[in-house]
Design a protein around this ligand. Structure first.
Ligand code: NAI
Ligand SMILES: O=C(O)C1=N[C@H](C(=O)O)C[C@H](O)C1
Length: 250
C-alpha cells in the first residue's frame, strides 16, 4: 500500500462509525475516501478506490460487507460483532481464493480490554471457578458481547489445554437463565445499564480467594488507537486474523 492509506468506513453514521470518521480524518497517513450508511451501495467501496474497509455496522450486515471487500481485493478491519466460528471458517475459506487480502476481526479495539482477555486466559488454569460479566449501554443489540464471548472462548481453551475441570456449579433449577449464557462451558452474564459504555469483569475464584480482572471503556475514543493500528497493519497480515492481540505481539 502507498504511504497514505485510502480508507472507507461502513456504519459511519453509528456511534463507533462517527468516532472512527474523526480518527481517520485526524490521521496524517490515512485518507477517508468513502463513508457508507445502510442506504449506500457497496459499489462505493470500488468507485472510491478504498484500500481498507473499516466495518462498524451491525451483526446482520457485516458478513456481506466483508465478503464484498475480499472479492474486490480490499482489506478489512472489522469491529462489528456477530462473527460465529462458522462465519469465521467460511471467511477463512474465501480468503484462500484471495491470498493477498487481509481481514482483521477485532472483538475489541481497546488495549485494556485486549490485555484483560489475555490476563484472564493466562490466569484461568490456576482457579477452580471462572465467570465473565459484561456490562454495556442499553442500546447494544447483541448479548453476550463479542468481547465476552471471545474472552470466554480463550479461557475455555486455556483450561482445556491445562486439563482443568469445569467450574463447580450445583444449580439444579435456573429460572429465566439466571446462570447466564454458556460459552464453551464458561458462564457469561450480560448487564445493560444507562450510563455505561462498555465494561467487562472476569471473576476467578478458588478456596479462600478471588481475583477480579476488570476493564472499563468510558468513551469510544478508547477504541480508536486500535482501529488506526488495524488500518495500518492489516495489509501486512494476509488471511484472517481474529483479535488485535496478534498485531500487538501478545
Ligand atoms: N471491536 C470493538 O472494539 C467495538 C465494537 N463495537 C461493535 O461495533 C458495532 C457497531 O456498534 P455501534 O456503533 O455502537 O452501533 P450503532 O447501531 O450505533 O451503529 C451501527 C451503524 O451501522 C449502520 N449500518 C447497518 N447496516 C449497514 C450497512 N450494510 N452498511 C452501512 N451501514 C450500516 C446502522 O444504520 C448504524 O448507523 C456493534 O457490533 C458493536 O458491538 C462497538 C464498540 C467497540
Ligand atoms: O456494542 C458495544 O458498545 C461494544 N461492542 C463490542 C462487543 O460486543 O464486545 C466491543 C465493546 O464491548 C463495545
Amino acid at each position: 500500500m502507498a504511504d497514505v492509506v485510502k480508507v472507507a468506513i461502513a456504519g459511519a453514521a453509528g456511534r463507533m462509525g462517527a468516532e472512527a470518521v474523526k480518527a481517520v480524518e485526524g490521521a496524517d497517513d490515512m485518507e477517508l475516501v468513502a463513508t457508507l450508511t445502510r442506504e449506500d451501495s457497496l459499489e462505493k467501496l470500488v468507485t472510491s478506490g478504498a484500500e481498507v474497509l473499516v466495518d462498524l455496522t451491525v451483526p446482520s450486515s457485516t458478513e456481506a460487507n466483508v465478503h464484498f471487500a475480499v472479492e474486490h481485493g480490499i482489506h478489512a478491519v472489522v469491529g462489528t460483532t456477530g462473527w460465529s466460528e462458522e462465519k469465521l471458517e467460511t471467511l477463512r475459506k474465501k480468503l484462500e481464493d484471495h491470498p493477498e487480502v487481509g481481514v482483521l476481526i477485532a472483538p475489541n479495539f481497546a488495549i485494556g480490554a485486549i490485555l484483560a482477555t489475555e490476563f484472564a486466559a493466562k490466569a484461568a488454569r490456576y482457579f477452580e471457578s471462572v465467570e465473565v460479566i459484561e456490562m454495556h449501554h442499553p442500546n447494544k443489540v447483541d448479548a453476550p458481547s463479542g468481547t465476552a464471548a471471545h474472552t470466554a472462548s480463550k479461557i475455555a481453551a486455556a483450561r482445556a489445554e491445562a486439563g482443568v475441570a469445569a467450574s463447580p456449579d450445583a444449580t439444579e433449577t435456573d429460572q429465566g437463565g439466571s446462570r447466564g449464557a454458556d460459552v464453551d462451558g464458561v458462564r457469561v452474564h450480560a448487564v445493560r445499564l444507562r450510563g455505561l459504555t462498555a465494561s467487562q469483569e472476569i471473576l476467578l475464584g478458588d478456596q479462600g480467594q478471588q481475583l477480579v480482572i476488570r476493564h472499563d471503556s468510558f468513551d469510544r475514543v478508547s477504541f480508536m488507537p486500535g482501529v488506526l493500528l488495524g488500518v495500518r497493519e492489516v495489509a501486512k497480515h494476509p488471511g484472517l486474523t481474529h483479535g488485535l492481540d496478534h498485531y500487538l505481539g501478545l
